[in-house]
Design a protein around this ligand. Structure first.
Ligand code: GLN
Length: 546
């Protein structure tokens, strides 16, 4: 029998519900259980693929090509759960399914309504998110309890619990205890009101996880327990972490969440939650004295969420190299105007993926600087495309080389739409999406770093390296290190004459985990660390000249 945990959020958004859900999944796995993770998002977009980073942060891509919410990134980084297109449903996806069925005539003349048709579809979606063999399915409900648009989801999980044994379903509510500095007090009223909202619909939370800045006193916890009808021991403090978000699972276990869940869902209680390797990893991070600084030159630099998985993957690579990775976020447009002064003192440059014109010329200039001065460089997706354009322009002398995305009539489209995709106009889910096999070319840095002859990596792009320029680029030194053999598409380029210069067409950041850092990120940070140790010199300028 699969046990279900539903995680809701109250008072405000951005409480770290995704991270907390992921931590819960990890804790249960460390008790020997198999978990699945799912997110239900109340917005009407069918998926976040068409949403601006300003609205939504990064779009997280799964193996099967589903474009999903960035919380799924937390799930994959913390757990081994299998995620696919059933792991993220939005209101839009639920409604489009119901409307398609209505058009087919599947409802046999009945009036199609929120209850029961939409709520039934939500309950089906919850079950579809459970992979075979799973012991505990964790479903996070996006948004904040009390929002109009979350109502059908909250109603659906109420029904879901009603239809099952009480020991098979539990509700965990994440809430905020604001601290009022002026009066020096922590306030419980918003929590009481958001639990009140849940209880109005008929959901009694079993556990309250209270996000706080200050310690939660016993007195305060008792008050919350009394007013919210939740047992005292199930009112749990989740204080802002001082050092790293990786401390969240440890904090929750210290508060006894593992035992509370086990007792509530009739799971084995006498098992140890083994987080030894995780604890050792954090101790190692704390003890680290070395550091290097990486500049991320991008378009949405002011939004941490826009490049979330990249920042995470850099931090994992830091763990692998026993060093702290400091980030310098540089707006690509500022680079265009102010130039390499913005990269003074950094040990590596990373250019992330992106769409559209803004900032591209700045990225190209930053790549030129990294290439010419031997500064470690890592380009991802658009970053790899820009590296190819830079090389074509400045080394091959192909004036006006560009990507068709920005200049469809440019004289040298070194990045282009492959013919089979020309003419696709619809925007949603029409890119090269999801996992593709990449063959690694013998003798290349990429092959050495991966330690394997082929890898699976995730994609999300429309444009590709143009093979018509391949011979010229290769002869001039830009080596093809990875290929999608079926379609002869270039996936990795690198410069052997440089300490570290790698561009990848895919998104390796989606495959990095704290305890299993991505090999190219690890290699990049190792090169940056070597650069830092060398007092910020790499000696390549001389090498290139020679
Ligand atoms: N805009 C580019 C393309 O569609 C790159 C996409 C990306 O960086 N994810 O090919």
């Amino acid at each position: 029998m699969v046990k279900h945990i539903f995680v809701t959020g109250g008072v405000v958004s951005s409480l770290g519900k995704g991270l907390t859900s992921a931590a819960l999944g990890m804790i249960l796995e460390r008790r020997g259980l198999k978990v699945s993770m799912q997110k239900l998002d109340p917005y009407i977009n069918v998926d976040p693929g068409t949403m601006s980073p300003y609205q939504h942060g990064e779009v997280y891509v799964l193996d099967d090509g589903a474009e999903t919410d960035l919380d799924l990134g937390h799930y994959e980084r913390y757990t081994n759960a299998h995620l696919d297109r059933h792991s993220n449903y939005t209101t839009g996806k639920i409604y489009s399914g119901v409307i398609a069925r209505e058009r087919r005539g599947d409802y046999l003349g009945s009036t199609v309504q929120v209850i029961p048709h939409i709520t039934d579809a939500i309950k089906d979606a919850i079950l579809k998110g459970v992979a075979p063999g799973v012991d505990v399915a964790i479903t996070e409900i996006g948004g904040t309890v009390g929002d109009i648009e979350s109502l059908p989801f909250i109603e659906a999980i109420r029904q879901f619990a009603l239809e099952r044994a009480s020991s098979d379903v539990m509700f965990i509510h994440l809430t905020l205890l604001p601290y009022l500095r002026a009066s020096g007090e922590m306030k419980t009223k918003p929590t009481q009101q958001s639990v009140g909202k849940l209880r109005e619909i008929g959901i009694q939370p079993d556990v309250l996880i209270c996000r706080t800045e200050q310690p939660l006193s016993d007195e305060m916890a008792r008050k919350i327990s009394l007013f919210c009808n939740v047992r005292r021991e199930s009112v749990i403090e989740e204080r802002d972490v001082e050092f790293s978000i990786y401390e969240v699972p440890l904090m929750l276990v210290r508060a006894g969440i593992d035992k509370i869940i086990s007792r509530r869902l009739h799971l084995p209680v006498e098992v140890e939650t083994n987080l030894d390797d995780w604890r050792a990893m954090i101790a190692d991070m704390r003890a680290t004295t070395q550091s290097c600084e990486i500049a991320v030159v991008g378009k949405y630099i002011q939004l941490h969420d826009a490049y979330k998985s990249i920042y995470e993957a850099l931090s994992h690579a830091g763990i692998a190299n026993h060093c702290k990775v400091k980030l310098r976020k540089v707006r690509a447009e500022d680079y265009y105007e102010q130039g390499s002064i913005l990269l003074d003192g950094v040990d590596g440059v990373l250019i992330p993926g992106g769409f559209g014109e803004r900032g591209v010329e700045g990225k190209i200039r930053a790549i030129q600087h990294a290439r010419e001065t031997g500064l470690p460089f890592f380009g991802i997706c658009l970053g790899m495309q820009c590296a190819t354009i830079e090389y074509a322009r400045n080394v091959l002398g192909l004036e006006g080389a560009n990507t068709e995305e920005l200049d469809p009539r440019c004289p040298h489209p070194v990045i282009h739409v492959i013919p089979e995709n020309a003419g696709v106009e619809q925007k949603g889910a029409t890119m090269r999406l999801g996992e593709y096999r990449c063959e690694l070319v013998e003798g290349t840095l990429a092959r050495r770093l991966y330690g394997s002859s082929q890898v699976l990596e995730r994609h999300r792009h429309r444009y590709e390296y143009n093979n018509e320029y391949r011979q010229k680029l290769e002869r001039a030194g830009l080596v093809t290190a990875g290929l999608y053999a079926d379609k002869n598409l270039v996936e990795i380029v690198e410069l052997p004459s440089h300490p570290f210069f790698v561009g990848v067409q895919f998104h390796p950041e989606f495959k990095s985990k704290p305890l299993r850092p991505h090999p190219i990120f690890a290699g990049f940070v190792a090169a940056a660390l070597a650069h830092a140790r060398n007092g910020g010199r790499s000696g390549v300028a001389e090498r290139t000249k020679a």
